[in-house]
Design a protein around this ligand. Structure first.
Ligand code: HEM
Length: 240
């Protein structure tokens, strides 16, 4: 969008990224609903869902099929990202680096009132990177333990039988943890945070305002506009 030659909205996500996000979100919600209704089967809401879905066998089947789909989505994500970085010179934007640690300290100082400028972050800030790796690791654990629970006989052919209760404990507890991380951290940041309330529409439309890019991702904005990050960092705060 343009107004008097000044770009107002900045493209942040392309259409494939938006589609991938929503397919993963939908699959995740199906897994949470069909998994947690087995774990907390004594709750009325779980029993209601199990009956609506056609009984416990149907719920288990839906859970396994969605588990297979999540495995496919996760593998394609890893393969596409690795291929892009290795062969198509994509910037490895999710790699945690030294600046993420200095940024987190800078923000801490800013929140404590010790400096007057927040950290000057790139395309993804340290919070987003830590969340991404936490969820990716959690999902890989869910996939591994899910397959162990699904195929206990072949697995115990070459691993000790103790792996089954261990996989069960990990799968069931990690399910709750990953659900809470998404429900509290991710939903807060996308809906309830004062920075985006009532909704961060970036992952729906693909666009965010220039003002928000300046505040949250000034290094990326500077790169897009052919400027030096030193010229743009802190500009948002001096405008207030
Ligand atoms: C992140 C997504 C996932 C969540 C939140 C989730 C959650 C759960 C929960 C809460 C249970 C019930 C455990 C209990 O009874 O205490 C469960 C069971 C199970 N899950 Fe998952 N799960 C996920 C991914 C997967 C994946 C990727 C697979 C397979 C590849 C899988 C396969 C299974 C199997 C086989 C069971 C045992 C229940 C049965 O016999 O059907 N899950 N899951």
């Amino acid at each position: 969008m343009k107004d008097n030659g000044i770009k107002k909205d900045i493209k942040r996500f392309d259409v494939l990224r938006i589609i991938e996000h929503w397919i993963i979100a939908a699959t995740f919600m199906v897994l949470v609903a069909t998994g947690l209704s087995q774990k907390f089967y004594i709750f009325e809401a779980s029993q209601w869902l199990v009956i609506k879905l056609g009984g416990i066998d149907a719920v288990r089947l839906i859970h396994r099929i969605s588990g297979l789909f999540l495995t496919f989505l996760t593998l394609q994500h890893i393969v596409v990202a690795s291929y892009g970085i290795l062969f198509k010179r994509w910037r490895p934007v999710m790699i945690i680096n030294k600046k993420d640690f200095t940024d987190s300290i800078d923000n801490m100082k800013y929140y404590l009132g010790l400096t007057d400028r927040p950290a000057c972050c790139d395309r993804y800030n340290y919070k987003q990177k830590f969340e991404y790796w936490g969820i990716l690791t959690g999902v890989l654990l869910m996939i591994m333990t899910g397959f162990i629970l699904w195929f206990p006989m072949p697995v115990t052919g070459f691993l000790s039988g103790e792996i089954i209760p261990a996989a069960k404990a990990l799968h069931t507890n990690e399910a709750l943890l990953i659900f809470l991380v998404i429900a509290i951290w991710h939903i807060y940041n996308s809906i309830f945070s004062p920075d985006v309330f009532p909704l961060d529409t970036g992952i729906l439309t693909g666009y965010v305002s220039r003002e928000r890019m300046l505040r949250e991702h000034p290094v990326e904005l500077a790169r897009m506009e052919g400027l030096r990050s030193e010229d743009i960092c802190g500009q948002h705060d001096s405008e207030r």
